[in-house]
Design a binder for this molecule. Structure first.
Ligand code: ADP
Ligand code: FDM
Ligand code: MG
Length: 215
């Protein structure tokens, strides 16, 4: 028998348009998992703390900041690549990662722009750790409008959000790791389903190797 082999953690990613409840659900999920003695760690992209993250933060907060769209896309991707070793170390130590946005946000927000090709947008993501599950939070536009107002960041307006949602829907169809979660329910009801899917995923991948994105 193999003695003391550590089962790997799962890579769980939350995606969805602004105000769909990603950050709320991620934080609750990490708490719920820890209460059940499941080792879990929270991450968010963009990671605004790194050197690329500081440039990204400036770009998102300051709408007058002009950077070439392709260059900006690569910067968001680099911000994930910077974190790969850290992510693998957590997963190999048996710690499940709960991640607020990932490559799919990168593709959806960039491909929503006029001059950007979706196939081009996918390329820099190839080779990154592949999420075992992408929980895609779905809320209709009417419900979203009832939630607290948009902030002042670059992409926080209805027109962009609509295009982003359309790209997300395409990614949903193309990727078998996506699972749609009805996020128009109470925070608690959504959390029950999110926790259930996460525990199922942790169990089903613990003895499988981590895969890499291959768009
Ligand atoms: P995101 O990270 O996807 O932008 P947040 O988790 O920050 O979304 O939630 C956006 C706003 O909507 C917050 O004010 C949050 O309290 C509220 N909210 C989140 N989930 C729900 C829900 N299921 N029902 C009602 N309001 C919600
Ligand atoms: N965003 C996020 C991108 O454009 N590309 C990416 O790769 C990622 C991860 O940054 F508007 C956008 C999506 C959103 C913003 O906002 C981040 P939050 O509130 O920190 O999730
Ligand atoms: Mg958020």
């Amino acid at each position: 028998a193999i003695m003391g082999r550590i089962k790997r953690g799962a890579l769980i990613v939350f995606e969805g348009v602004d105000r769909s409840g990603k950050s709320t659900q991620c934080k609750k999920l990490v708490e719920s998992l820890k209460k059940q003695n499941v080792k879990a760690h929270f991450m968010a992209f963009p990671d605004r703390t790194t050197s690329t993250g500081k440039l990204i933060d400036e770009y998102l907060r300051n709408k007058d900041c002009k950077v070439n769209d392709h260059a900006m896309h690569l910067l968001f991707s680099a911000n994930r690549w910077e974190n790969v070793d850290k992510m693998k170390a957590f997963l190999n130590d048996g710690i499940t990662l709960i991640v607020d946005r990932y490559s799919y946000s990168g593709i959806a927000y960039s491909a929503a722009k006029k001059n950007m090709e979706i196939d081009w947008c996918k390329q820099p993501e190839n080779g990154l750790p592949k999420p075992d599950k992408v929980l895609f939070l779905m809320v209709n536009q009417e419900e979203i409008m009832l939630r607290p107002d948009f902030g002042n960041e670059r992409y926080e307006n209805r027109e962009i959000q609509k295009k982003v949602f359309e790209v997300y829907q395409q990614l949903f169809k193309e990727n078998d790791n996506f699972e749609s979660i009805d996020s128009a329910r109470s925070i608690e009801d959504v959390q029950v389903e999110v926790l259930k899917k996460t525990l199922e995923t942790i169990k089903s991948v613990e003895n499988l190797p981590l895969s890499t994105l291959d768009f």
